[in-house]
Design a protein around this ligand. Sequence first.
Ligand code: FAD
Ligand code: NAI
Length: 476
Amino acid sequence: MSNQQFDVIVIGAGPGGYIAAIRAAQLGQKVACIDEWKNDQGGPAPGGTCTNVGCIPSKALLQSSEHFEHASKHFGEHGIAVSGLKMDVAQMVARKAAVVKQNNDGILYLFKKNKVSFFHGRGSFVRAVDGGYEIAVKGAKDETLVGRQIIVATGSSARALPGVPFDEEQVLSNDGALRIAAVPKRLGLIGSGVIGLEMGSVWRRVGAEVTVLEALPTFLGAVDEQIAKEARKAFDKQGLKIELGVKVGEVKVGKKGVSVAWTDAKGAAQELVVDKLIVSIGRVPNTTGLNAEAVGLKLDERGAVVVDDDCRTNLPGVWAVGDVVRGPMLAHKAEEEGVAVAERIAGQHGHVDFNLIPWVIYTSPEIAWVGKTEQQLKAEGAKYKAGSFPFMANGRARALGDTTGLVKFLADAATDEILGVHIVGPMASELIAEACVAMAFRASSEDIARICHAHPSLGESMKEAALAVDKRTLNF
Ligand code: FAD
Ligand code: NAI
């Protein structure tokens, strides 16, 4: 047993933890980062949910399945004939695994480059000691470390339906959903949130009959209504079956599949029988393995670490970031908090603007937004102007053959400051960055309208939507 001293110990190497570790090391701290994730060979796989069973693998599968959909449905209009097209799911999943590994290896390289000491195993609090905390690492080799400052970045895990544990064969969390070995004929999803829509899209594109059961009566309630409506139209057209206002009852797992008893919005009893069921009803913070009680670290009723706006916990020198604390469960939010905490520890003034965290749903069409929705502004009684521009009127979108959707700007009625930008359509994930920059600089819609955007580009739709706020679009 060693007893090594560090300035900063980070528990968890997801996007919150590994980025915090690197930033702290850049600022001259002696840093350790502990993570327990194992790859299929039992070796370390830093990167957390995001890299192993989240952002990265889901985007790899979305890309592969989109290529398949293009080849099967859209190549013809470009004059490209394809015969004998078939989907090799094993290859798609193997490619995804290779992309994940590149990211795991990249993080190990970054730890070396920045002189972060990496420990593979479970980290837990032992006790408070003079000037810090003792942290046990249980892994291939047990160690005890002492850190002056501790950053908890232990992330989150999929929430199961009560009484229906994940077997990852028929009842799948995000982990199993990303490892399906052959296209299921019938796929069910509980929850039409972000995972429900992204995973439902992947498996629909490659041939599964997909049904999504959602408890809430409105589709994508947190999204701007106009954008959600447009997205719903597109998903319906694609054949993604979404049932809203559903009450899920008994789930039975048998040899012939999974049967889900449910009540529809009108109160009628229904049954869904599927080969596989993905349960995507939100996530729970990972704090069970931390031994938080040993040091009196305060958790809330959901098990999340309680923090203030600056990610300080109730204990001096203990911080927490990412999915394990309040706020949206997004990789870039975790990263921003990780950087800000590392800078605060070094005496700097790290800052996260929670109003400017963009959201992206990587379906086709993509959905992306930042700032306030129209319904939020109405609820606040804010005076605002709205302007939108359809991709149908954008030359680049026509050339791409992808004209679904629109860009919508919301601006203050008096000052013209941009309050929210909402996009449904091609490359929304990339276009939203312009809105984030503009809003960070407190730009007005006129500022965007006066900036030269390259032609032909999807970005021109941003300029046109900004012009639409002043009712002077040029191409619509
Ligand atoms: P995590 O990434 O969960 O990392 C925590 C790490 O800590 C894990 O490696 C875990 O093993 C480790 N750990 C936990 N407890 C201990 C312990 N006691 N000791 C040692 N190690 C421990 N977000 C986006 O922004 N964009 C996306 O496109 C996106 N797609 C997603 C797709 C899916 C299917 C899922 C499930 C999530 C997706 N997310 C996405 C959300 C994103 O993955 C999370 O918000 C992000 O990973 C949170 O980062 P984190 O560092 O807080 O935690
Ligand atoms: P979610 O919160 O996005 O959606 C869960 C959905 O399940 C909600 O619509 C909810 O009303 C519904 N629901 C809850 N209980 C239900 C029940 N018993 N029956 C039917 N429906 C029920 O959660 P999801 O999809 O599990 O994803 C978790 C988180 O991971 C997301 O909130 C997001 O933070 C992150 N994520 C981000 C992605 C991105 O940024 N592109 C992609 C995937 C996940």
